[in-house]
Design a protein around this ligand. Structure first.
Ligand code: NDP
Ligand code: GDR
Length: 326
């Protein structure tokens, strides 16, 4: 039985990846950081019904000693580094922490693997935020990077360190350059889930307005379930490499929002308020990825449309909130 170690297992992608790897017959281990509200941390794993089938180990991406101990104990065949301070807005408020976790944290895990498990395979959660200020209309593996936030800069460091460890030490280490992907398990601070949660609240009479920042920003949105499949496929290839994972379609925040309101028979303009305070110090205006390399290498293609995903998210939020109305 293959053993997989996931950092960030309590996050959106970690939960879906754990589910996928269990289906593939893996023994799944996850790193969790100590929290004062322990007990609620694994709600995403519970939601998917996999909480009892994974082994959770205490550690922190910024504590190399904890990662060394975990890699030594688990002896993983595959390591998926999904842990990060992943909210772009927070990266301006906590730039140092973001650098430590999202950037240097990856090096801690690479070091633990290089020292103790050099034949294992490593996945780094790279991001389309590294493209930032767009240099090419459609972004691929060869598009130059120009990150626009402390988060994007930290991810770029981790990305290049992954390339460097592959070239320096011959590690099987791959970067998945993933564009935005969402699901009912998305954190409520991210725009899609913020919208679907608000639409459900408005529909149920629990709220009346939705406050957003820049609704002209465009994103290439896919579903997390499709995207974790790409992570796994990358590590099944004979040679490590870097791949863009995207849908090839870009949509404004405004259009995404309209899909959500329309689904429950409401009109967006009756409820949407633009709040200047929610604009970012530097914005990534448009992202549009070309996933051709991944399609050719291992046949990956997204299966869930933006419309289907937003409807699923609104329905999940309605179901989640309905009891509180009673
Ligand atoms: P989430 O924010 O949902 O999850 C982040 C995870 O990282 C959580 O499990 C969190 O734990 C954990 N974490 C944070 N800090 C530490 C730390 N110091 N030590 C150990 N664990 C820590 O992110 P997603 O699931 O959406 O994304 C997964 C990865 O993919 C992230 O690296 C993200 O930056 C990257 N990415 C995401 C994309 C997306 O659209 N979702 C696109 C491209 C890249 P806790 O539960 O304790 O907070
Ligand atoms: P992003 O996702 O920054 O692309 O990073 P987010 O959903 O936060 O923002 C997308 C776009 O929506 C605009 N926006 C708002 N965003 C939020 N969060 N809240 C608002 O009220 C709001 N109003 C408008 C933003 O300005 C932005 O243009 C996500 C994260 O998952 C990263 O970890 C990941 O690397 C990238 O996707 C790819």
């Amino acid at each position: 039985m293959k053993r997989a170690l996931i950092t960030g297992i309590t996050g959106q992608d970690g939960a879906y990846l754990a589910e996928l790897l269990l289906e593939q017959g893996y023994e799944v281990f996850g790193v969790v950081r100590r929290s004062s509200h322990a007990g609620v941390f694994d709600h995403r794993l519970k939601w998917l019904g996999v909480a009892d089938r994974v082994t959770l180990l205490d550690g922190n991406l910024i504590d190399l000693s904890s990662l060394m101990r975990i890699v030594q104990d688990v002896q993983p065949d595959e390591l998926y580094n999904l842990a990060a301070q992943s909210f772009v807005t927070a990266s301006w408020q906590q730039p140092v922490l973001t650098g430590q976790v999202t950037g240097l944290g990856a090096v801690n895990l690479l070091e633990a693997m290089r020292t103790l498990r050099p034949k294992a395979r490593y996945y780094q959660a790279s991001s389309s935020e590294m493209f930032g200020l767009i240099q090419e209309q459609v972004q691929s593996e060869t598009t130059p990077f120009y990150p626009r936030s402390p988060y994007g800069v930290a991810k770029l460091y981790a990305h290049w360190m992954t390339v460097n460890y592959r070239e320096s030490f011959g590690l099987h280490a791959s970067n998945g350059i993933l564009f935005n992907h969402e699901s009912p398990l998305r954190g409520v601070e991210f725009v899609t889930r913020k919208v679907t949660d608000a639409v459900a609240r408005i529909k149920l009479g629990l709220a009346s307005e939705l406050r957003l920042g820049n609704i002209d920003a465009k994103r290439d949105w896919g579903h997390a379930k499709d995207y974790v499949r790409a992570m796994w496929l990358m590590l099944q290839q004979d040679a490590p490499d870097d791949y863009v994972i995207a849908t090839g379609r870009t949509t404004t925040v405004r259009e995404m929002c309209e899909i959500a309101f329309r689904h429950v028979g409401l009109t967006m303009d009756d409820h949407l308020v633009i709040d200047e305070k929610l604009f970012r110090p530097a914005e990534v205006d448009v992202l549009l990825g070309n996933p051709e390399k991944a399609r050719k290498a291992f046949g990956w293609a997204p299966e869930i449309s933006l419309e289907a995903m937003i409807r699923e998210m609104v329905d999940a939020d309605l179901a989640r909130l309905a009891p509180s109305k009673a």
